[in-house]
Design a binder for this molecule. Structure first.
Ligand SMILES: Cc1cc2nc3c(=O)[nH]c(=O)nc-3n(C[C@H](O)[C@H](O)[C@H](O)COP(=O)(O)OP(=O)(O)OC[C@H]3O[C@@H](n4cnc5c(N)ncnc54)[C@H](O)[C@@H]3O)c2cc1C
Ligand code: SF4
Length: 587
């Protein structure tokens, strides 16, 4: 195939999601000529997502209209190395997006900071319980940055995404009404917290009686009209439901399409090229300098795009896969434990107890925008794990996601799965039930990893990314402990019935769990155990920055996107303030 060579740019950013849009905006604002390559289609939210079609649950949620096209590229999966991995042919456990705006365009707006404990996880657990306390094979490690290092960048992200919440710790002073366990924040949230729902009131009362400290969890659906850091206006959320998996028709959900890209489109030194699937980062003959990227355009032509700086912002999976396909960094070998690319893949644990009432009604149609009442007392350094035998933790929340009637029809345990009795139970409890959910951490382990599949290939003939992953005893013990605690809260609410979901014995790729896939190109202080340094800069190729959840050495409880967005702000600042002055390794 002949390759067309394009005119060089200062920076090429691959991916236009949460990370790519912020990286492009920050670099373009510094005056760099920035090109963003996105393999998904162009989106204009004001035309593509209008009422009432935007609330089509079948199209967007069930049939995954704006998610990755698996017929062109997917991943293969197995639980352990003794199995043969098979390609994922239907979106299940997770649903990466594929369009301008990425997965970020239809996220659920749960926008929480990680705790200081999470960034120094190995040191803090070792200090408190000793190094033998870690489960066997656990490779979770410190991030190479502390919470205090990155706090200003959390603040920056929150002012781009207009996060609404109530501070629980302002400069070290605990504040009433917020999360008392959060790390010290330098100022209040840019927007007020969400209002509490009747479900939230019930949960808060029960949790308080049991000694916990409930608060309104932060959300990036606007709690009032808001003009963000990039001078873009976001309208107040109407709490109409159909939020997660859908793109907001009101312009109230902060995401790349509303909070960043419209400001970027105004810049003459910025270009967005959709339908461009990057297949490789090119390097010079030394292999130590990126010269740009190669992509396949909408007409199937191979194109070379030269650039001085390359930023990979293609979600956990493709950040790792593009490194492997480009031969950058040493691939991880689980047998020896050596190598880094593909190491420390982790996920997110979760669970829920449904409570059913016969004498109370809740309106599930009012919701969305991640209205939630939470507790964080079972997380981070807060719990004493001496006698619990696990590391990690969870936050617990009652969220009102909206009605989503196809997906969401909880019925009490013992209800038949179809027929008249099932219909009766759905009709009875559709408006009289809700879930208390566990959102938990997940450690990294030596035998959970990503590599290239030796058999299966994508539409361009390139190897698929292979995932080898299973749950470990540590996560099951942690979830069992959390289930005991939330069952106590559920009982204190005095429901007619309650039903706990089960803990999966093995990881299965079929039911949706979360699109919170982490690791594969992790950050750290040591090139022997990380792919990128603390500035998300490749140890091997200093003009390559690999940014996103791929950098998480393990996953914390809170949901990743606020930390992913923070890392984009932090990495962009590293380029602007350090790299451009002294191109070369920043560490
Ligand atoms: C339904 C749903 C709800 C969610 N809710 C929450 C939530 O409430 N809270 C939370 O913390 N997180 C949530 N998430 C997760 C959140 O969406 C992700 O953490 C976030 O989008 C990651 O940002 P990113 O920029 O790394 O990736 P993305 O936003 O996915 O952007 C990556 C972009 O790269 C493009 N790309 C990939 N490969 C290539 C290639 N080879 N060439 C060119 N382009 C490429 C993709 O098409 C995509 O546009 C949710 C996810 C889903 C699916
Ligand atoms: S609930 Fe709010 S943020 Fe979500 S889609 Fe509706 S208006 Fe938009």
């Amino acid at each position: 195939m002949t390759t067309t060579k394009m005119k060089p740019v200062d920076a090429v950013v691959v991916g236009s999601g949460v990370v790519g849009s912020i990286m492009a905006m920050e670099l373009a604002s510094k005056g760099l000529k920035v090109l963003c390559l996105e393999r998904g289609r162009m989106i204009d939210p004001q035309h593509d997502f209008v009422m009432p079609y935007v609330n089509d649950e079948l199209k967007y949620d069930r049939h995954s209209d704006i998610f990755q096209n698996l017929s062109r590229e997917t991943i293969s999966f197995r639980n352990n190395a003794s199995q043969t991995a098979l390609p994922m042919r239907e979106l299940g456990s997770f649903k990466p997006g594929e369009m301008v705006g990425g997965t970020g365009a239809h996220w659920g707006c749960n926008a929480r900071r990680f705790l200081p404990h999470d960034f120094e996880f190995r040191s803090r657990i070792t200090e408190r319980y000793g190094s033998n306390f870690f489960p066997e094979g656990c490779t979770s490690q410190d991030w190479g940055v502390t919470f205090d290092d990155v706090e200003p960048y959390y603040d920056q992200f929150e002012h781009i995404y207009g996060v609404g919440g109530k501070a629980g710790n302002l400069n070290g002073e605990i504040q009433p009404g917020g999360n008392p366990h959060e790390g010290p924040r330098s100022r209040e949230y840019p927007n007020p917290a969400t209002r509490r729902t009747p479900q939230g009131e019930l949960f808060a009362k029960a949790a308080t009686e049991l000694g916990y400290t409930p608060f309104q969890g932060p959300a990036a659906a606007m709690t009032q009209d808001y003009t963000n850091l990039y001078k873009l206006m976001l309208g107040e959320c109407q709490r109409g439901g159909f939020c997660s998996s859908h793109v907001c028709s009101q312009g109230a959900k902060a995401n790349p399409l509303t909070a960043v890209l419209p400001a970027l489109y105004r810049k003459e030194n910025f270009e967005l090229r959709p339908l461009c699937n990057v297949i490789k980062v090119n390097t010079d003959s030394t292999g130590k300098k990126a010269t740009g990227v190669t992509y396949i355009d909408a007409r199937g032509r191979e194109v070379e795009q030269p650039a001085e700086i390359v930023v990979l912002a293609t979600y956990c999976f493709n950040n790792t896969r593009l490194l492997l396909l480009s031969g950058i960094g040493t691939p991880y070998d689980p047998q020896t434990g050596r190598g880094v690319v593909g190491r420390n893949y982790s996920y997110q644990t979760g669970g829920r107890v449904h409570v059913f009432f016969d004498d109370r009604e809740f309106n599930p149609f009012i919701g969305g925008g991640m209205v939630n009442t939470s507790i964080d007392d079972l997380n981070g350094d807060v719990i004493d794990r001496s006698n619990l035998g696990f590391v990690g933790g969870a936050y617990v929340a009652v969220s009102s996601f909206g009605a989503t009637p196809i997906k969401n029809k909880p019925v009490p345990a013992g209800t038949p799965r179809w027929g008249a009795e099932w219909k009766k139970a759905v009709a009875q409890y559709y408006r009289r039930s809700f879930a208390i959910s566990i959102h938990g951490s997940c450690q990294s382990y030596r035998h959970n990893y990503l590599d290239l599949d030796p058999t299966y290939k994508d539409a361009n003939g390139l190897p698929l990314l292979r995932m080898t992953f299973d749950w470990h005893e540590n996560e099951k013990k942690m979830l069992a402990f959390m289930y005991e605690r939330i069952t106590e809260i559920a009982k204190a609410m005095k429901p007619s019935k309650y039903a706990a979901h089960h803990i999966y014995k093995k990881y299965t790729i079929v039911p949706y769990q979360s699109t919170h896939n982490m690791g594969g190109a992790v950050m750290g202080a040591d090139p022997a155990t990380s792919v990128v340094n603390k500035y998300l800069q490749s140890w091997d190729v200093p003009n390559l920055f690999v940014v996103g959840g791929s950098a998480f050495p393990h996953n914390a409880a809170q949901g990743p996107t606020e930390t992913i967005g923070m890392l984009a702000c932090w990495a962009a600042d590293g380029i602007k303030e350090n790299y451009l002055q002294r191109p070369g390794p920043l560490v």
